[in-house]
Design a protein around this ligand. Sequence first.
Ligand code: ZN
Length: 57
Amino acid sequence: MTDEQWEAQNGSLSPIEAVAKGLCWCCTGNGVLYTAFGGVQRTVACPEKCNSGKAKR
Ligand SMILES: [Zn+2]
């Protein structure tokens, strides 16, 4: 998988669209963020500490 494909797993929702669906603005419902740089592909926990991608109340 290329870095671009890896990061595409973050989805295409904008933060505003995610919130409108009741999802976390940061990870847009994934609960994790996919980051890649120079072929090093990582999954990191959402820094917003959301509940598995759901928006906090
Ligand atoms: Zn989140």
